[in-house]
Design a protein around this ligand. Sequence first.
Ligand code: NDP
Ligand code: 2IT
Length: 446
Amino acid sequence: MDPRVEKFMAVITAKNQGEREFHQAVQEVAESLIPFIEENPKYKYAKILERIAEPERIIIFRVPWIDDKGEIQINKGYRIEMNSAIGPYKGGLRFHPTVNLGILKFLAFEQVFKNSLTTLPMGGGKGGSDFDPKGKTDNEVMKFCQSFMSELCRHIGPETDIPAGDIGVGGREIGFMFGQYKRLRNEFTGVLTGKGREWGGSLIRPEATGYGCVYFAQAMLGTRNESLEGKTIAVSGSGNVAQYATEKATELGAKVVTMSDSSGFIYDPMGIDKDKLDWIMELKNIKRGRISEYADNFGVEYYEGKRPWLIKCDVALPCATENEINEEDAELLVNNGCFAVSEGANMPSTAEAVEIYLKKRILYGPGKAANAGGVAVSGLEMTQNSMRISWHREEVDDKLRQIMKDIHETCIRFGRENDGFINYVNGANIGGFVKVADAMLAQGAV
Ligand code: NDP
Ligand code: 2IT
C-alpha cells in the first residue's frame, strides 16, 4: 500500500473501530484521491478528505413497536448525515438484520461521491434499521415504519434531508413512512423519494437504478465498439435493482441467465425473458417468495447457498449486496470470459476482486458511478415535487440516459490512463470528489 494511504487509514481505523465496510470504502477512495490531492495541495491543507470521512451528524434511536401477537419489539434506527456541501442530505434507508453503524457509514460515504457524480445538487446521507421485513405481516411492517418515522421526522425535511429506499425498503415501506410524516408534521412535501406516482412519485424511479446500471454498461461497452446485443449476462439479486437491470438488458437484446437471493441462485440457460421476469416480479414483490421457486416452476437448476459467478457470462451485473464478489469469484468470472462488470449494488466487489478486474483490464463500473441512476431520478422527483408537476415517462428516461452518459464521460475525463485504459475507479472517485471539495473550500471550515 502507498505509505501515504497507509498513514491516512491508520487514523480512520483508529477513529472508527470495528467498522470494516467503512474502512474498505474509505480506503478505495483514498487510494484514488491521495495522489490527486498531492497534485492539488489546496485540498490537502484544507483537510478536505479527512473532513469528508467524518459524518456531519449521526442520529441513533430506539424503535419500539408491537407485533401481531401483542409483544413489544425493539429495533435500532439510524440516520447518517454525511455531507451537505452541495445540497441537502440525500440517500436511502435500509431495513435488514445486518444493518449496523459501519455499514450505514460506508453507504453514506459512497453516497456523497455518487450524488456529486449525478450533476444534481444533493449531499450524501444514509439510514435504516436492523429490522427484518421478511416474514412480517403488512400490519407489522406498518407499525414498525410508523414508529421509525415518529423519531426520524424530527431530523429530516424536504430542504434538509430526503431519504428513499434501499434493501428492504420499497414502495410499501415508503408509503407507510410518508403517511406517518404527513400526519405528524401536517405537511404534504417531497420529504421522501420513491413515492407512489399518485402522491408525488416520479415515473421511472422504480426502474431507475437497474436501467441506469445497464445504460452505464452500454456506455462502457461502447468504448470497445461492443454492445449488449447477444451478450450473456449474470445478474445477482432479485429485488428492485436486479429486476429492472434484467428488464432493460433483455430489452437491449442480451440474455440474462441468472438471478439470486440470499439463499441461492437459479441458472436459466434459455434466458429470463419478459414473461419469466413478470413471474419473478409477482413472486418477489407480491407473494414475497424465494427464487428457488423459479427453478421448480420453470424446470431449471437451482444452486442452494451459491452465488451466480461460477456461470460463464460476458457481462456481470451484481445487484444484491456488498462484498458478494470475492477474489475467487472475480477470477472465475474473468477466466470464463467476462469482460465487463457494472455494479447495481453498492460495493458488491471486495478490494481483492477489484484488483483482479483492473489487472485483467476488463471494463469495471464501480457502484458509485454505475448505480447512480436511482438517486439521480430521486433528484428528478425532488425537482418535480418542488415545481408541483410531473414529467412523462419518456422525459424522465431521457434525462436518466443523459445523466448516465455524463457520469460515464466524467469517469473517462478523470480516469483515463496513459495507455488509454479507463480506470473507472479513479474516474468516479476523483470526478465525484472535485465538486464537493470545491464547495467545502468555498464554505470554510464547517
Ligand atoms: P431489495 O431489497 O429490493 O433486493 C435485495 C436483493 O439482494 C434481494 O434479492 C436479496 O435477497 C438480496 N440480498 C440482500 N442482502 C443479501 C445478502 N446479505 N446476501 C445475499 N443476498 C442478499 O434491494 P435493492 O434491489 O433496492 O438493492 C440491491 C442493492 O442495490 C443494494 O446494494 C443497494 O444498496 C443497491 N442500490 C439500490 C438502489 C435503489 O434505488 N433501490 C440505488 C442504488 C444502489 P433476499 O430477498 O433473500 O434478502
Ligand atoms: O444507494 C442508493 O443510491 C440508494 N439507495 C438510492 C438513494 C436515493 O436517495 O434515491
